[in-house]
Design a protein around this ligand. Structure first.
Ligand code: ADP
Ligand code: MG
Length: 247
């Protein structure tokens, strides 16, 4: 199979435009197996777009993105397969509102991975237990708190057995008292060796859980460093300015 030293995600010289707006500028980023990369930066700097191009929800204008060594294909079944390797957790949970929590966690594995339904349901119950909401399996999303819904969304992403999980501001839509229950699940996943890319404004989480912090501004990746280096010794004025506002 793939050489274990191959980065799970390789973003190489990627540019992305929205009309005349240059939102990703020659972005280069490797994510290695088991690594937790936390992406921080001001609003509008291109963090969500970076997540979306890695999952090919958005096409890129130039450069290459490889998942486990393979360039992302433009479309078709090969894209669907590679995309299934990259799980995504969004700010707004994006659960299917007319399906039970258990169905939400079961549908992807059955439809995309071809897992037998009963097996998928057993696995879904295990995953719901892992994120601490086993007792919510038969409820509808709207019956759960925001923190519980986001944990269900994490279980749903895990059910696809992704090689890497992308989180785009997973706690930004949550009431403050629910943020930690979601960050705790993410910290546990990180400790279990899950490869993760996390866009967040939770600097405490970044310090605790990140192997590497990446700082973006104006579509450029300006700094990459272990969290203590980045937070204690930011190198650019943009990063110092950003940190002075968020810390
Ligand atoms: P961030 O997640 O860091 O806040 P985004 O990646 O969402 O930044 O956005 C980067 C820039 O691209 C912003 O200026 C935003 O307004 C713009 N943008 C994002 N998505 C679109 C889109 N679908 N069409 C046009 N402009 C977009
Ligand atoms: Mg964003």
């Amino acid at each position: 199979m793939t050489d274990p030293s191959t980065p799970l995600i390789a973003v190489e010289h990627v540019d992305k435009w929205f009309g005349s707006l240059h939102v990703l500028r020659d972005v280069n980023l490797d994510v290695r197996r088991g690594e937790v990369v936390v992406v921080v930066g001001p609003s509008g700097s291109g963090k969500s777009t970076l997540c979306r191009v890695i999952n090919r929800i958005e096409p890129i204008d130039s450069g290459v993105i490889r998942v486990d060594g393979r360039p992302l294909p433009a479309e078709g079944r090969a894209l669907a397969r590679l995309r299934a390797d990259v799980g995504m957790v969004f700010q707004q949970f994006n659960l299917f509102s007319h399906r039970s929590i258990l169905d939400n966690v079961t549908l992807g594995p059955v439809k995309v991975r071809g897992i037998p339904r009963e097996q998928a349901r057993r696995r879904a119950r295990e995953l719901l237990a892992r994120v601490g909401i086993a007792d919510q399996a038969d409820k509808m999303p709207a019956q759960l708190s925001g923190g519980q819904q986001q944990r269900a969304a994490i279980a749903r992403a895990l059910a696809m057995d992704p090689k890497v999980l992308l989180f785009d501001e997973p706690t930004s839509a949550l009431d403050p008292e629910m943020i930690n229950e979601v960050l705790d699940v993410m910290t546990t996943l990180a400790g279990d060796g899950m490869t993760m890319v996390v866009v967040t404004h939770e600097m405490g989480f970044a310090r605790r859980a990140a192997d590497r912090v990446v700082f973006m501004a104006d579509g450029q990746l300006l700094e990459q460093a272990p969290p203590t280096d980045f937070f204690d010794h930011p190198r650019t004025d943009r990063a110092r300015d950003f940190l002075s506002k968020v810390l």
